[in-house]
Design a protein around this ligand. Sequence first.
Ligand code: PAF
Length: 274
Amino acid sequence: MQIATTVRHARAFFDVLPRPLGFVPTMGALHEGHLALVHRAREACASVAASVFVNPLQFGPGEDLEKYPRDPEADRAKLDAAGVDVLFLPAYEAMYPSHFSTYVDAGTIGTRYEGAMRPTHFRGVTTVVTKLLNVVRPEVMFLGQKDAQQTAVLRKMVADLDVPTRIEVVPTIREADGLAMSSRNLYLSHNERAAAPTLHGTLQALRTAMEGGKSKDEAIAEARTCLSPLAHLDYLDVVDANTFEPIEELAPPAFIIGAARFGATRLLDNLWLQ
Ligand code: PAF
């Protein structure tokens, strides 16, 4: 695996890789969910690129930028073993030189749910992903379903801005007890970790109640009782998978989405109705 830390070096590597090139953007602290993206890219593409960059722009004031888990040695070893050809590992200055001042607006989807809770988050994501796509220039970008709203924001962005990259979404990888894999699971205390799978249980209960004929409001009221008393629910809803507008029926393509705080840790999860 070759490693590039500057835009110039990265372009020199990417320009000569056999095509199609698949790209997996990450913020590191890699787990099986990330590796599933690399495996899918390896299966579908002639070459695979990955990036590891903890993007300050997508963290709001008071969020977990400083304590976000970082394990660069382990990340490199995992990506190498998974068959990544080139790893882009930029320093902050390589991505945001002094006087950087241009941002990509995340549009209407980026104002809902996660966007309402974290007002600058999606602008940070769309800006960094635009930059990464301009450096890597992949035919396909692989994203995890766990961050469902991010996938919708980025699909809309590449369509609206005529970015010549196709997005493929790879299903969420879960722990044996149903908890969606996430780098932030590392923050959970013993008790919070034990309670965390109830978020997935809540989403499943909502689906079961609606499939059984309950209205969405009734189903939400019933499902939220499945969430651990340790958790604080930020939102629970059924949304159109493309627009993230709330919908009243389980009409695919849709997501059942939920976010909850377990102590200081916010976890997201969703069920994809395709
Ligand atoms: O999903 C993530 O890890 C990040 O939001 C991404 C897409 C790598 C952009 O920083």
